[in-house]
Write a new protein. Structure first.
Length: 748
């Protein structure tokens, strides 16, 4: 009976035009007025057509990406389109109605309207047309070779490249059933023949369905989960991707750092210990020390550090002792060999092991002889080697390692005595090593700044003092009398000032400047020995270079920091410069405070400029800077001489130097009208300076008035300029308060 029905359906299909029937595996719709057939023929009429929803259905299982040609399927055939006429499209393997509509620039509803044989309700549920069981009347199936009518508005798609053949699928177990109800399989009916249009390729054979007792209607389809890639068949319920957690993600772990070669390290440690194992009949000699140097120098850096790390502190102290062994039976290294030894260590070791080695060579707190001073020199020499050869990162870490163990400030001086000679180094040995390293970092100012800023104020003062390496030698004679000599390492001191001047922190520059001022004051005080003028001149040159790198920034921080706001540091420098008649250096500082670092600022506006203090009130920082300098100059001149005429002479010399700078950058304009003078940037400063050097002003008032800008209101009939106060009460009060405090409290 079913076979007869299928034959009838096939005959109806051959007789009926394609636009009036819908073929599903050879089944044709019943003619109008004929009740639907049972079994393989639909028993209920199609539901009324409703507009297709805007939801785009997902493609059928097994279809490729939407709109893309599928490998292994029939080649699609699209007759040339003539505007205003319907076209036909031949279905190919893996096609879905959604993909066909999209490929021809149609809405799904337009395609359904042109093909009434399809049930739009299934599409409306978000399900694409699936392949039905052979021999059943399934209105939701399309097959390769089917002819679909395209409305006149359809546009031919752009030609796509020929698809690559799909790889043959590997045998896989049958997929697990989906949670939707499983239809009861029916007996395998013979597939009905599928006639193909003359222009279409031969249709694909229909896959053999699963056997079952009887066919059942398809369940109402539901929206499906996002499809998995075509190469992975769906297994069970859909699995949705888990979004990444909100908030910052942990950093990706990079590759693990390389580990030292343990066998190579163990062998090196064994060799070093064997070389350092001396006896009375076989003492450790210079060759043994050089062999240790060669062992460490011949290793990769990672293994070299691991080797020294494996040695105990006592073993490192023994090595340092053998390096310095000066006995007739021993074999210490001479000066050149010792320098080579330190160079090798600086090239090969990391910061931690270099710090341990530095401590091993520091025996300055033992004994009383001159060997203590040799030990101090060894520590400084090792620091200098680190400065020459270590990387920037190693230098930074070396400074941190020395500061962490408290070794930078545990000794104020090292004294050694022998045969009537007493030598004193007034600095900490390991602070000397740190100063050598910092002085070598001029090419890396950012790294140098970080290293300097890691030091406490006490440590920074110790390092700056050690950079100058103040030393005193006293020789006594058995016949009475004696001699005292002194020495400063001004080269390292100047390099350290230069390095600090290259950093970008005004606060750090001010701290280093203040530390240098303490060293300069001690050198000129004569407390320990007569000052050496050449040494103090070199110190001032370094400090001036640091100050000129950012005059307003440094002076502003000196005026703000609690440790330096009394003005002593700047007054020390000013006193030394005045005694050396370095008026031009002081005049250059004065002019930049008045006109800005670039000598282009408006002095009246700068004087009145405000910043916000910590309590939220206005602070006139520029006015305070000017008052700070004026007060420091007054304190310096009074410290040099109590004679008012001498004070006035020194002050006038500085102001005149400042005037020469102003004349170069802001020459006097042509014409002396009041309007011209008001627009002249240099007027406010130049006329204040000129007024200050007049003999009518007392010495203590000269710098006070010179640093306050004036303005020109008019030119009097007698040709004189009417000079008046340029700024308001608040800014002038800030200036005067700072000037008064520094002038009375600074102790140069």
């Amino acid at each position: 009976m079913q076979a007869a029905a299928r034959s009838l359906q096939f005959a109806v299909f051959l007789a009926a035009p394609r636009a009036a029937c819908s073929r599903r595996n050879g089944a044709a719709p019943a003619p109008s007025g004929v009740p639907p057939m049972s079994g393989p023929i639909q028993t209920n009429p199609s539901p009324p057509r409703s507009p297709a929803p805007t939801l785009t259905p997902d493609r059928a299982t097994g279809a490729g990406p939407r709109g893309a040609p599928q490998a292994g399927g029939d080649q699609l055939t699209i007759p040339s389109a003539t505007p205003g006429y319907e076209q036909q499209y031949t279905v190919r393997s893996g096609d879905t109605l959604s993909a066909i509509a999209e490929r021809h620039h149609l809405k799904l509803s337009e395609l359904l309207a042109a093909n009434p044989q399809f049930d739009p309700n299934s599409v409306g549920n978000g399900i694409d047309f699936q392949r039905g069981a052979p021999g059943t009347w399934d209105a939701d199936a399309i097959f390769a070779g089917d002819q679909i009518q395209l409305p006149p508005s359809a546009q031919p798609p752009a030609p796509a490249p020929a698809p690559a053949p799909a790889p043959a699928p590997a045998p896989a177990p049958a997929p697990a059933p989906a949670p939707a109800p499983t239809p009861v399989p029916a007996p395998s009916p013979a597939p009905a023949p599928t006639p193909a249009p003359p222009t279409a390729p031969a249709p694909q054979p229909t896959p053999t369905p699963q056997p079952g007792p009887s066919p059942t209607p398809r369940p109402t389809p539901r929206p499906t989960a996002p499809t998995v890639p075509p190469t992975v068949p769906p297994q069970g319920p859909p699995v949705f991707p888990v979004p990444p957690p909100a908030g910052p993600q942990p950093p990706v772990q990079g590759p693990k750092p390389p580990a030292p070669d343990r066998a190579r390290v163990d062998q090196a440690v064994s060799d070093i210990r064997e070389r350092m194992r001396g006896s009375f009949f076989n003492p450790v000699g210079a060759d043994d020390v050089k062999a240790v140097q060669d062992t460490i120098g011949g290793l990769p850096r990672l293994d070299a550090s691991a080797t020294v790390k494996a040695l105990s502190d006592d073993e490192l102290r023994n090595l340092a002792s053998e390096v310095n062994d000066g006995s007739w039976i021993g074999g210490g290294l001479n000066k050149d060999d010792k320098t080579a030894f330190f160079d090798t260590m600086a090239k090969q070791l990391d910061a931690t092991q270099l710090a341990r080695l530095t401590t091993a060579f520091d025996t300055t707190q033992k004994g009383m002889g001159l060997g203590k001073l040799d030990s101090s020199d060894d520590v400084a020499a090792l620091g200098a080697a680190v400065g020459r050869h270590a990387s920037i990162a190693t230098k930074q870490d070396y400074i941190k390692a020395l500061s962490a163990n408290g070794a930078l400030t545990d000794q104020a001086r090292v004294t050694g005595t022998s045969m009537g000679t007493t030598m004193t180094q007034m600095s900490d040995p390991q602070a000397r090593a740190a100063a050598e390293v910092l002085a070598s970092m001029g090419g890396s100012p950012t790294a140098a700044g970080k290293a300097l800023e890691s030091l406490t104020t006490e440590q920074l003062n110790a390092v700056v003092n050690a950079a100058a390496d103040p030393s005193m030698t006293t020789t006594t004679s058995p016949m009475g009398g004696g001699a005292v000599s002194s020495h400063y390492d001004t080269a390292t001191f100047r390099k350290l000032m230069e390095v600090a001047g290259k950093t970008d922190s005004a606060d750090l520059k001010a701290r280093v400047f203040a530390a240098g001022a303490n060293v300069l004051k001690e050198a000129e005080s004569g407390n320990f020995f007569a000052p050496v003028l050449a040494d103090t001149a070199a110190m001032r040159a370094g400090m001036n270079q640091l100050l000129m790198s950012d005059v307003n920034g440094v002076v502003g921080e000196l005026a703000s920091n609690a440790e330096t706001r009394d003005g002593t540091a700047l007054a020390i420098y000013a006193k030394s410069a005045l005694n050396a008649k370095e008026f031009d250096q002081l005049g250059a500082v004065q002019a930049r405070l008045s006109l800005g670092n670039d000598l282009k600022s408006d002095p009246m506006r700068s004087f009145a400029a405000t910043t916000q203090a910590a309590d939220g009130t206005d602070r006139y920082l520029n006015a305070e800077r000017l008052g700070y300098f004026a007060g420091a100059m007054n304190a310096a001149t009074r410290s040099i001489s109590g004679d008012a005429a001498k004070q006035a002479e020194l002050t006038n010399a500085v102001i005149k130097s400042g005037l020469s700078v102003i004349d170069k950058v802001s020459p006097r304009p042509v014409g002396m009208g009041a309007s011209v003078l008001k627009e002249w940037t240099g007027f406010a400063v130049k006329y204040a300076y000129e007024q200050a050097i007049s003999p009518q002003l007392k010495s203590e008032d000269k710098m006070f008035w010179a640093m306050q800008p004036v303005t020109a209101t008019e030119v009097r009939p007698n040709g004189e300029v009417d000079r008046e106060v340029a700024n308001g009460t608040a800014s002038r009060s800030a200036f005067e308060d700072t000037w008064n405090m520094v002038a009375t409290r600074a102790k140069p």
